[in-house]
Design a protein around this ligand. Sequence first.
Ligand SMILES: NC(=O)c1ccc[n+]([C@@H]2O[C@H](COP(=O)([O-])OP(=O)(O)OC[C@H]3O[C@@H](n4cnc5c(N)ncnc54)[C@H](O)[C@@H]3O)[C@@H](O)[C@H]2O)c1
Length: 263
Amino acid sequence: MTSTQSNSKGVAVVTGSAQGIGHSIAVRLAEDGYDVVINDVESKKENLDIVKEEITAKFPERRVLIVLANVTVEEEVKGLVESVVKEFGKLNVFVANAGIARVKPLLETTSEDFESVLSVNVKGTFHCYKYAAQQMIAQGDGGRIIGASSLAGKKGHAMLSAYCASKFAVRGLTQTAAIELGHHGITVNAYAPGPIHTSMLAQLQQAAVERSGDLYEEMKRLSSVGYLGNTQDVGNLVSFLVTPEARFITGQSITIDGGIFFD
Ligand SMILES: NC(=O)c1ccc[n+]([C@@H]2O[C@H](COP(=O)([O-])OP(=O)(O)OC[C@H]3O[C@@H](n4cnc5c(N)ncnc54)[C@H](O)[C@@H]3O)[C@@H](O)[C@H]2O)c1
């Protein structure tokens, strides 16, 4: 018996958790009682160390493992899941959060831009879904897989052609995975946030300001609630999706945008 089996709800992996939404999800799942595996690319190692210190200080009974891996590389995602199983003996929740954006008009978007965005956001998510599912099926007691779509996966947005294409793709992947994995007791959903205060959104705001716009004000104006979201809002949604009470929700990309877009 591993030490995690005594008081842990299970083991949760969050990719791209050195900052932003992934960071908040990891903290929230630790608060909920999960041992957490935080992941990002090598260049974010110091941030991951800080996240680990934060979680350990707030929730000393929780175990935190850092695994560096680039989600675009299949062998690294396979290795990530193997490291989790070696350390904890099981995997219960996998949040494929890592993502990137390129903010450019369609006519300035290069083939390399397009490929790099699809590589992280689509291929990376595919790798995560595949190896998480393989492990959960082998364990035989179900699981929760969650991806990162976007409001930009529900409707087109200027300056975000590759990003929108990638986030629509995450929805397709999520629906297909839900259909194939449901009979194994595994639900597969995605969060589809509107504007959430992170460095990614700051990148979009910067592009808007350069064109004499103000994305923050525009998004507030378009929203029903009159404010932007924060990373904890997404953590709250994930916190519910991983519960047993969410067992009948699968294949969904759940909009969380303060009422900008209605499915
Ligand atoms: N912030 C928003 O408004 C918003 C809205 C909708 C969707 N999202 C999505 O939510 C997710 C998190 O967004 P965020 O705003 O926190 O972004 P962020 O840029 O703050 O954080 C993303 C993290 O992913 C990591 N990452 C990038 N490529 C990686 C790779 N190949 N392998 C492993 N890790 C990698 C980055 O290093 C970074 O730490 C993304 O998928 C994003 O597309 C964000």
